[in-house]
Design a protein around this ligand. Structure first.
Ligand SMILES: N[C@@H](CCC(=O)N[C@@H](CS)C(=O)NCC(=O)O)C(=O)O
Length: 219
């Protein structure tokens, strides 16, 4: 049985595991509540960040790499486009851009908003990170103007990567999605596997519900 350590970007992994029908258990990691004391987790990832997985003798980190590993090791699976597919390059590009160009830069803004002293919250670097996010989002928008999913007419693992990043940006209040992205997120998150992943990730589910309630009341 695969063990997934931590929610956060671990949600991408849980969603993929649900899509693939692979058995797993989620081992919670409390990043804000002293993971420096969590010796069992630090034995898995000495750097202390999430997500990580253990699958038999394999231990690894980095959500996109974990997704590629699962799709290859437990595949082939239709959610990963094959190299011979005409959309393979687009698939590969957006699978990685979801983290490298979208969620990664948002991390810098979130850390600034939560951790920086009040006087340092508005700063050049956080603005720069937002600019990076927005420029990559422009490529996502161009692509979604051409096709319902990021690599064409069907849902792939790249949509998990991109959807996670867009929800992350929206829920952290770093960015307000426009209608085309909202419609895309509504499409991808309507999948049954997304709902099952939310059910197995209680912190993510509670966060999503809290943000949705705040948006309804306009707070
Ligand atoms: N590129 C990494 C990013 C991992 C990451 O930033 N994880 C966050 C939570 S979602 C975290 O553990 N932050 C604390 C830290 O990096 O020390 C991935 O995609 O897995």
């Amino acid at each position: 049985m695969i063990t997934l350590y931590g929610e956060g970007r671990g949600f991408r992994v849980a969603w993929l595991l649900e899509e693939m029908g692979l058995a797993y258990r989620l081992r919670q990691v409390d990043l804000l509540g002293g993971q420096e004391l969590d010796a069992e987790f630090l034995a898995v990832n000495p750097a202390g960040f999430i997500p990580a997985i253990q699958d038999g003798g394999v231990t690894m980190v980095e959500s996109i790499a974990i997704m590629e590993y699962l799709l290859a090791r437990h595949g082939p699976h239709p959610l990963a486009l094959a190299p011979g597919d005409t959309a393979f390059a687009t698939y590969q590009q957006f699978l990685h851009m979801g983290e490298a160009g979208l969620a990664g830069p948002i991390n810098a803004i979130v850390a600034t908003n939560i951790l920086a002293p009040e006087a340092e919250r508005k700063n050049w670097t956080a603005n720069w990170a937002l600019g990076i996010f927005e420029s990559r989002l422009g490529l996502v928008r161009r692509q979604l103007a051409r096709s319902p999913y990021i690599a064409g007419d069907r849902f792939t693992a790249a949509d998990i990567s991109i959807t996670y990043a867009l929800e992350f940006a929206q829920r952290t209040g770093c960015f307000t999605l426009a209608d085309p992205e909202k419609a895309y997120v509504a499409r991808t998150t309507a999948r049954e596997a997304y709902g099952r992943a939310l059910d197995s990730c209680p912190a993510t589910k509670a966060w999503a519900a809290e943000v949705a309630a705040r948006q309804l009341t306009g707070d």
